[in-house]
Design a protein around this ligand. Structure first.
Ligand code: AMP
Length: 281
C-alpha cells in the first residue's frame, strides 16, 4: 500500500495501472474512518483491480462557522483501518496541493437537488464537494467511485455532475452502516458526549416511525408527527426534516408512494444527518 500526498506521484501510478488494463476504483473520504467507510472500501475491492482511497478534509465544503478546524484527523489510525483491505494507494494531499493559492475554479450543479435540504442550511457546501470530487476524478481517473447513501443528497449531486460533465465514471451508492441503536455511523459522532450519544438515537427511531406509519399518513402529517417525536428529545434540535421526492428532492405530495425522509438534527452542538427511502406498499 502506497501513501501518496502529491499529484504527480498519483498520476504516474494511475497511468501505470490504466496501461496495465486494471479497473480503477476510488473511495473519497475525509478520514476519521469508521465501519461505514470500510464498507465502501470492501465493495470497491471486490469490484475493482486497483483501489485508491483518498483522505482529504476539504476546506471548500465547510462554511466559515463550521467545524473545519475541529474535524477529527488521525492519519495513523486511518491507515491502520485501511491496511487489511488490500488498498493500493491512499491519497492524502495537503490543502495547498488541492487548492494552491490562486485556485479559482468552482464546480456547481445548479437546480433543486443542490438547493434543497443541506443546500439550504449549508450554502456553498455542495459546490465545495462537487469541485473536490471533480478534481479527484481527474486525478485518480476511476472507472468506479463509491459513495454512501448516508449522504443521499451528495451522491445525487455527484451522479448529476458525472453525467453533465461526461466523466467516464460509474457512481455506486452503498447502504448506510449503523451503530447498534441505529445511529448512522459518522466521523462527527466522536463529538457527542455520552448523554448526547444516547439522545442521538432519536433520529433513527424517527426514521423507523416514518417507515411504520407512512402508509396511513399524508407526507404533511408524517412530517408533523416526526418533528414532534424528535423535539420530544430535549437534547435534539431540528435543522430540517423533510419528506421529498427521492429523485428531485422537491416536497412530497399525497400522490407520492415512495419518498425520501431526510433530516439534519443538532444534538448539542453536533449536526447529524440521516435519511431513509420509504415506500407505501
Ligand atoms: P466522509 O468521510 O464523511 O466525507 O464520507 C466519505 C464517504 O463515506 C461518503 O461517500 C459517505 O457517504 C460515506 N459514509 C459516511 N458514513 C457512512 C455510513 N455510516 N455508511 C455508509 N457510508 C458512509
Amino acid at each position: 500500500m502506497k501513501v501518496l500526498a502529491g499529484t504527480p506521484e498519483l498520476r504516474e501510478i494511475i497511468l501505470a495501472a490504466k496501461r496495465g488494463g486494471l479497473k480503477v476504483g476510488l473511495v473519497p473520504t475525509m478520514g476519521a474512518l469508521h465501519e461505514g467507510h470500510a464498507s465502501l472500501i470492501r465493495a470497491a475491492k471486490i469490484n475493482c483491480d486497483f483501489l485508491v482511497v483518498s483522505i482529504f478534509v476539504n476546506p471548500k465544503q465547510f462554511g466559515p462557522a463550521e467545524d473545519y478546524n475541529a474535524y477529527p484527523r488521525d492519519l495513523k489510525k486511518d491507515l491502520d483501518l485501511i491496511l487489511p483491505h488490500g488498498v493500493d494507494v491512499v491519497f492524502t494531499p495537503e490543502p495547498a496541493v488541492m487548492f494552491p493559492s490562486g485556485f479559482s475554479s468552482n464546480v456547481e450543479v445548479d437546480g433543486g437537488i443542490s438547493e434543497a435540504l443541506c443546500g439550504k442550511s449549508r450554502p456553498g457546501h455542495f459546490a465545495g464537494v462537487a469541485t473536490v470530487v471533480a478534481k479527484l476524478f481527474n486525478l485518480a481517473q476511476p472507472d468506479i467511485a463509491f459513495f454512501g447513501a448516508k449522504d443521499y443528497q451528495q451522491q445525487l449531486i455527484i451522479k448529476k455532475m458525472t453525467v453533465d460533465l461526461n466523466f467516464p465514471v460509474e457512481i455506486v451508492t452503498l447502504p448506510t452502516i449503523r451503530e447498534q441503536d441505529g445511529l448512522a455511523m459518522s466521523s462527527r459522532n466522536a463529538y457527542l458526549r455520552p448523554e448526547e450519544r444516547r439522545a442521538a438515537g432519536v433520529i433513527f427511531k424517527a426514521l423507523q416511525l416514518a417507515r411504520e406509519e407512512f402508509k396511513e399518513k399524508s407526507p404533511w402529517e408524517m412530517k408533523r408527527r416526526l418533528k414532534v417525536f424528535i423535539e420530544n428529545e430535549p437534547l435534539a434540535k431540528i435543522d430540517y426534516l423533510e419528506l421529498v421526492d427521492p429523485e428531485t428532492l422537491t416536497e412530497a405530495t399525497d400522490g407520492h408512494k415512495k419518498v425520501l425522509v431526510a433530516a439534519a438534527v443538532f444534538v448539542g452542538k453536533t449536526r447529524l444527518i440521516d435519511n431513509m427511502v420509504i415506500e407505501k406498499k
